[in-house]
Write a protein that binds this ligand. Structure first.
Ligand code: SF4
Length: 683
């Protein structure tokens, strides 16, 4: 390397859950280029417009460079010592007034594994509560619950390299061409090389153009759709009887339930023509090695966990999970480290590695490492935190890297909850919607400025390395948690991120074989990885399922309707999702060149609806639901089905999440972002 060659740092993309390996080129402390790593284990030399170009936010003049403290209603710059004193004083006051359970923390996918580990340890060890949750509550908590109930572990069943070998792909409730472009490209490559493709999504998403069958169920009817597919598999004998006999449980109950879901009745519920349903089931049922890939269109529903379990049924009926006869059930994670945030135990009922906090044996393993008792009672989930704040029971909330006022549903009520809470501390890059409601804002490093690991959507740990220094006095979330602990008079150990991952492995055997040194040598290692001398398990359940009886469990939940329906006052159904150039609330991707690529938020609506409501392409719209109002620009498109409209949530100023409801998955409290009754009018 020449002395003048620009430096490059290998790291992992901080946007979607694909986890592309990137080489970040810098000069004079600034990023000059981001190149996809040719040897990247998932991306294989590719990256999308987000990972490659959305780094202008690093040098934005709007970056927070010093702590802010609210005085007389205004946020004013202060030094770290003063900010930390106020945080510690506020936390102690909250505990004094309401006990440890009057404090809660929301961690996030934006934080590394090590930061998530430290946040949950801080809450359990220093505060003494299980009130810690992370943003997976809002997206894939039904995946964790559903996959654990069906198979035993909370991750996808197969590696994406294997999924790409499938001869039939069933892609459900996902738009990978825009939301996970590198995976979208690999799926498309597989289809162009001959794999059959079934897409199940209400919208004509990019992959649907290449589908052999595109099923367009009404939003909120997934469970009926999956039961309809299962009905065809069963009645046409497209099942693996030996697998069902040897390795599965629950077939009699499911078979009885499926009698109620013949294709013509499923057509009535879902709107999917019976012949299309049968054709899709035959493609999946007759494939040699099928795979299921799914996204938030399955999980973000009132019955999202039922959806995950009914979808998992299909793989079990076919014997396409834990065998060489298929590639299982694989959730596409929307955010870079949303899998890792949960893996690390930033959850109110689970410790690192998914051990139940209510289980004395699980607690005692953590207590042996931490040296203090772990509280037994599960803590509050994110929506319950807001409800407790509104009721006056939650007196301090620490929000780490999550813009809850922009991305959580029914956001007017979220803002009211923050305003009712006596202390809101917010770790942020920018003065986000949430930070505007905070009492103390702590400036933190972004993914290009910090050290640790992420876990991607197929359970691979990869290293995150700082390519540039963080601006001003911004610190990593890891350092901030340490500093708050010290201000509270505690030492929570784990002086470095490498130490934190090592300590996590002592509590959670599935991570015991992982270390920063190993990841530096090997690049990517999937969990479970209990042994430092053996590879992690890319394909799960080859020997047995991780359920107590070692079997895959078929589920038989009846179809139940969604929380909202179109009616005279609100005749359209709103579905929200992601667009190609932006990530989540857009706080990073809107600051830089990606804004020019995708500059405004639209409301997509079908030409029939546009004609019915007198809407022209480009019209300024007011969109209303029972919960609030948003302002969007009309985009007339057949991509959206008649009676449905679509918008992203990348532009908080539009107020899309003021529209969405508080309906949530009955098992996990994941919001029903995919079904909101709305009306539109031209402004
Ligand atoms: Fe890869 Fe996703 Fe990052 Fe795009 S956003 S570069 S697909 S990890």
């Amino acid at each position: 390397t020449s002395a003048h060659a620009p430096a490059a740092t290998r790291t992992t993309c901080g946007y979607c859950g694909v986890g592309c390996a990137l080489d970040v080129v810098t000069a004079d402390g600034e990023v000059t280029a981001v190149l996809p790593a040719r040897d990247g284990p998932v991306n294989q030399g590719h990256a999308c417009v987000k990972g490659r170009f959305a780094h202008g936010y690093l040098t934005s003049p709007e970056r927070l460079t010093c702590p802010l403290l609210r005085r007389y209603g205004r946020l004013e710059p202060v030094g770290w010592d003063e900010a930390l004193r106020h945080v510690a004083r506020g936390l102690r006051a909250a505990i004094g007034a309401g006990g440890a359970d009057a404090v809660a923390a929301i961690s996030s996918a934006r934080a590394t594994n090590e930061e998530n580990y430290l946040v949950q340890k801080f809450m359990r060890v220093v505060i003494g509560t299980n009130n810690v949750d992370n943003c997976s509550r809002l997206c894939h908590s039904p995946s964790a619950a559903g996959l654990t109930a069906s198979f035993g572990l909370a991750g996808g069943t197969d590696s994406f390299d294997d999924v790409e070998r499938a001869d039939c792909l069933l892609v459900v409730g996902a738009n990978p061409v825009e939301a996970h472009p590198v995976v979208g490209a690999r799926l498309l490559r597989r289809v162009l090389r001959g794999a059959k493709l079934v897409v199940a999504d209400p919208r004509a998403v990019g992959l649907a153009l290449h589908a052999d069958v595109h099923l367009r169920p009404r939003p909120g009817t997934n469970v009926a759709l999956f039961h309809g597919l299962a009905h065809v598999l069963l009645t046409e004998g497209l099942v693996d009887e030996e697998f069902l006999r040897e390795r599965a449980a629950g077939l009699p109950e499911l078979a009885e339930l499926l009698m109620d879901y013949p294709p013509d009745l499923v057509e009535d519920i879902t709107g999917v023509p019976a012949e299309d349903l049968v054709a899709a089931a035959r493609l999946y049922g007759r494939a040699r090695q099928p795979a299921i890939v799914y996204g938030l269109g399955v999980t973000e529903h009132l019955h999202g966990t039922d959806g995950v379990r009914s979808l998992a049924n299909l793989a079990v009926l076919r014997g396409a999970v834990g065998t060489d006869r298929g590639y299982g059930v694989n959730p596409l994670r929307g955010q870079n480290n949303v899998q890792g945030a949960s893996d690390m135990g930033a959850l109110p009922d689970l410790l690192p590695g998914y051990g139940k906090v209510a289980d004395p044996a699980v607690r005692s393993r953590a207590e042996a490492v931490w040296g203090v008792p772990v509280p037994e009672r599960p803590g509050l989930r994110i929506p319950d935190m807001f409800a407790a704040a509104r009721a006056g029971a939650l007196r301090a909330l620490w929000v780490i890297g999550e813009d809850v006022c922009a991305t959580d549903p029914d956001s007017n009520r979220v803002a009211a909850a923050l305003d009712a809470c006596p202390l809101v501390v917010c770790n942020e890059l920018f003065l986000s919607e949430t930070a505007r409601h905070a009492d103390i804002v702590l400036p933190v490093a972004s993914w290009l400025e910090k050290d640790g690991t992420f876990v991607n959507f197929d359970r691979r740990f990869q290293r995150v390395r700082p390519a540039v220094p963080s601006p001003g006095e911004a610190r990593s979330d890891f350092d901030v948690v340490h500093a708050v602990a010290v201000a509270m008079g505690s030492d929570i150990g784990c002086p470095t991120p490498a130490d934190a991952l090592a300590e996590c492995g002592r509590i959670a055997p599935v991570f015991a074989g992982l270390s920063h040194d190993r990841l530096d040598r090997e690049g990517a290692v999937p969990w479970p990885c209990p042994d430092p001398d053996r590879p992690g398990e890319a394909k799960l359940y080859k020997e047995r399922f991780a359920t107590p009886d070692g079997r895959a469990h078929l589920a038989a939940p009846p179809y139940l309707p969604p929380g909202e329906h179109p009616h005279d006052d609100y005749p359209l159904l709103l579905v929200t999702g992601r667009r190609w150039a932006h990530y989540n609330s857009g706080s990073m991707t809107r600051r830089g060149g990606n804004l020019a690529l995708d500059p405004v938020d639209f409301l997509d609506l079908h030409p029939d609806d546009a004609a019915r409501y007198g809407v022209r392409d480009g019209a300024q719209l007011t969109v209303e639901s029972r919960h609030g109002q948003a302002r969007l620009i009309a985009r007339v498109s057949e991509q959206t089905a008649p009676g449905q409209v679509f918008s992203s949530f990348h532009f908080p100023a539009s107020g899309v999440n003021r529209l969405t409801s508080s309906h949530a998955d009955t098992v996990t409290s994941c919001p029903e972002y995919k079904v909101t009754a709305v009306r539109v009018r031209v402004r």
